[in-house]
Each structure stands twice: as structure tokens, then as C-alpha cells.
Design a protein around this ligand. Structure first.
Ligand code: AMP
Ligand code: MG
Length: 418
């Protein structure tokens, strides 16, 4: 591969790092204060707004972990008469006579007199009596009360996304109502005189609006309510008008019109009505990013117009911002380290994300391969990708076999916000 001379550089002295942009955004974002109490059966995907404590101990009683016989270990050496039974949901008597044991099933209450359960496979049955093959230890096959959680324990932290495990945990503790953050209300619009929506046909110079569909899809989540505000013309009046329609949104996201071209009015409108910072970020794609407030309690992101830049900045900045507004911890998923399947070109100076796919080579070893043209308007290479290769600022590309950092899309998978 013909790498460019090492002196070539893509750096911009005015650009800030991704980390610095994230810090600035985090430090300025408001937290969403509004909560609501909802039924746990409606809570999947919602975010807890306070800690949840256990109202009971689980298991609530000493329970058998096996089908077998409850007995006193001190008597396990001799044959024992089977006396009574304790089935799940049908506890037997607590008392066991001397020289006796009780038939028991998994999940049934262990009689207070018993200190072990011997599983039925380890027992020889002879009429009404049993003989134990192997001497049990005290506590064998007994689940202690509170061994999962004690009454009063913290079950869920505030800011936890309620998934299947959390729904099960709440149900196991008899909890049917939960305090969650109200859905964060996000308003989305596209800017550009050239944009039309399907099924309208394209007139000369027009393109279809991809970004609104993209952003709505990326943010579709039970914790988020999305208002689709459509396409906004490149005029200050139209932008002002659309912001008025978004007046009860917690967060407004636009795309396009944030550079310094003649038709880029988003910044000017925001400066009039709120405050705005336009940053160049040392990343590719997605160098210009606008963040600010369209009014005091309404955060605003103006994403770049090219669809892949909009996608990258939404994943890297908007999603973490929403997590932070919902009081959730930032994502700390590990990146993968994989060898490159082919050479890749890059100039030093910015962090670069290349659309790629994790696949196996002929020997069956995992590697990563770019998916085609990497320009920021090219959605077809995003379609084929299942990950991003992250090349650090100083990187000057890579050669086949070089180990690179890879971020699988599942990392962001938050229809999931996890
Ligand atoms: P802008 O930042 O408005 O100058 O847009 C940069 C590039 O992205 C231009 O080629 C626009 O036509 C394109 N673009 C802007 N918005 C969208 C959109 N919503 N969908 C697809 N392409 C867009
Ligand atoms: Mg534009």
C-alpha cells in the first residue's frame, strides 16, 4: 500500500478531543428531575429514578435445593423411616421423630428439625425406610433464607435500566410498582432546502432526508419519547418556528446547517434564543458539532449533515448525553483488539472511525475488515458494517495483520441504552 509521507497531517489546531467534548457536554447538561411511579409490568426499558430496596428476604424460608429427604445429619448413618412430606407450596410438619426423615421436593420448606437434604439419587429405598449412601454435611442442599437478598438490601441502584433480569428480580421480591424517570422527550428535525421525504419524488438538486429516520431509529427506546418535527428549510424564520414547536422537549436534535456556509443558520438562531457552542472535534467523520441550549432547560445538539457523521456523533455524544440526563452511568464496554484483514489509509491528526465487519479468515481466526467507501455521505458501507474500527489521533493507517481497536455496534445497542 502507498502510505502518504508521515509529515502529512489532518490536525486542526482549533479542534478539541472527543473526551474534552464529552466532559464539556456532561458538565453543562441538566438532570431530568421528573419521575413517575409505574407498574413493573410496564417498566421494561425504563430507568429507575431512585434506589429499590428489598421488602422481604429471598428465599423467605429455608428451602430445599433438591428432590430428596430432609433429615438430621447426626442420624444419617442408620436407616430412617419416611415420615410425612413437604412439597413446594405445601410445607410439612416442622417436627421429625427420632429415626425418621421427611420426603421433600425442590423449593419446599425444610422442617426446622432438619439440617440437611439428601437428594433422592443418593438414597436406597426399602419400603417405608431409606438408607443413605454417603454421609451428608450439615446444611447440604438447604437454601438459607435471605441467601439471594436480605430484607432491606439495595436491589437496584438509581439510574438502572430495567431489563429482563431486573423485571425478574422485582417480581421475585413481590414488587409491582416502581419509581422511574419520566420518558425523556427528544425532538428531532432535519435542516436543508435540498431535503425531501419519501414518497415525494426528487426534483433537480434534491436528496432524500436520511438523518431523521436514522436518529429516530437510533433513539427508539422505552425511556425516550421522540417527536418528529420533520424537515426545516434553511431560513432563520423556519428554524425559529420549529424550535417553538419543540418547546416542551427536554432535548432537541437537528442535523445539517451547523457549518459556516451561507445556508447554515442553526447557530445564529440558537445564539439569539439560548446559548450555543460550536466545536470542531478531532474526529472523522463528524468534525463540527454544535451543543448548547435552545432555552434554559432545553439542551440542543446540532449534528453534522452528512448521514454517517450524524450517526457517529449521535452514538458518541447524544447517547451518552441522554444517559447522563437519565442519571445513568457512562458506558464502559471493552473494545476488541483484532487484526486487520487489509491495509487501511489514514492521516494522523484526528481519531478516525471506519465502518467495518468482524469476520473469520480462512483459518477460522477473527479479524476485522472495512466495508467499502468511508466518505461521510456513504450509508451503504454503514449498512454492511457490524462494528467500527477506531484509529487513534496519531495513527497513520494500518497494514494487514496490524492489531486495531474495534467497537462492535452491540456496544451502542441501545435501542437498549444499557
Ligand atoms: P450541511 O451540514 O447542511 O452543509 O450538510 C452537509 C451534507 O449533508 C450535504 O451534502 C447535505 O446535503 C447532506 N445532508 C444534510 N442533511 C441531510 C439529511 N437529513 N439526510 C441526508 N443528507 C443530508
Ligand atoms: Mg444544509
Amino acid at each position: 500500500m502507498n502510505l502518504p509521507p508521515r509529515t502529512e497531517c489532518d490536525a486542526d489546531v482549533n479542534a478539541i478531543s472527543i473526551e474534552e467534548a464529552l466532559d464539556r457536554i456532561q458538565s453543562r447538561l441538566p438532570r431530568l428531575e421528573r419521575h413517575e411511579i409505574i407498574s413493573c409490568s410496564d417498566a421494561l426499558g425504563r430507568i429507575t429514578a431512585s434506589k429499590v430496596h428489598s421488602p422481604i428476604s429471598v428465599p423467605p424460608f429455608r428451602a430445599s435445593a433438591m428432590d430428596g429427604y430432609a433429615l438430621r445429619v447426626s442420624e444419617a448413618g442408620s436407616s430412617l423411616i419416611v415420615e410425612g412430606r413437604s412439597y413446594a407450596g405445601h410445607p410439612g410438619l416442622d417436627a421429625i421423630s427420632y429415626g425418621a426423615c421427611q420426603r421433600i421436593t425442590t423449593g419446599a420448606r425444610v422442617p426446622d428439625d432438619a439440617d440437611a437434604v439428601v437428594q433422592q439419587e443418593n438414597v436406597k429405598i426399602d419400603g417405608d425406610t431409606i438408607l443413605i449412601n454417603k454421609q451428608p454435611k450439615v446444611g447440604l442442599n438447604i437454601r438459607l433464607p435471605g441467601s439471594d437478598s436480605q430484607q432491606g438490601d439495595e436491589l437496584l441502584e438509581s439510574g438502572t435500566r430495567i431489563g429482563a433480569a431486573q423485571v425478574a428480580l422485582l417480581a421475585a421480591h413481590g414488587i409491582d410498582k416502581i419509581n422511574v424517570h419520566r420518558q425523556i422527550h427528544v425532538a428531532v428535525f432535519s435542516t436543508g432546502d435540498e431535503l425531501v421525504s419519501p414518497p415525494d419524488s426528487l426534483q433537480p438538486g434534491q436528496i432524500y432526508d436520511a438523518n431523521r429516520s436514522l436518529l429516530i431509529a437510533l433513539l427508539s427506546n422505552p425511556a425516550i419519547r421522540i417527536s418528529d418535527l420533520g424537515i426545516c428549510k434553511d431560513s432563520k424564520a423556519d428554524i425559529q418556528n420549529i424550535l417553538e414547536q419543540a418547546s416542551d422537549a427536554d432535548l432537541v436534535i437537528s442535523s445539517g446547517g451547523v457549518s459556516v456556509g451561507d445556508a447554515d443558520h442553526v447557530r445564529a438562531v440558537l445564539e439569539q434564543s439560548g446559548r450555543v457552542d460550536l466545536w470542531k472535534i478531532a474526529m472523522k467523520p463528524g468534525r463540527p458539532l454544535t451543543f448548547g441550549f435552545s432555552k434554559p432547560s432545553q439542551a440542543f445538539f446540532g449534528l453534522p449533515g452528512n448521514p454517517v457523521s450524524a450517526a457517529l456523533t449521535a452514538l458518541l455524544f447524544v447517547k451518552p448525553a441522554i444517559r447522563s440526563m437519565l442519571d445513568m452511568e457512562s458506558l464502559r464496554s471493552p473494545k476488541l483488539q483484532l487484526p486487520l484483514a487489509s491495509d487501511i489509509f489514514k492521516l494522523p491528526g484526528r481519531v478516525e472511525y471506519q465502518r467495518a465487519v468482524i469476520c473469520k479468515n480462512d483459518e477460522g481466526a477473527w479479524q476485522v475488515s472495512t466495508t467499502g467507501l468511508q466518505d461521510s455521505h456513504v450509508l451503504s458501507s454503514l449498512n454492511k458494517a457490524n462494528c467500527l474500527i477506531e484509529l487513534p489521533i496519531e495513527s497513520a493507517g494500518g497494514q494487514i495483520g496490524d492489531i486495531v481497536q474495534v467497537i462492535p455496534f452491540t456496544h451502542f445497542a441501545e435501542a437498549q441504552l444499557q
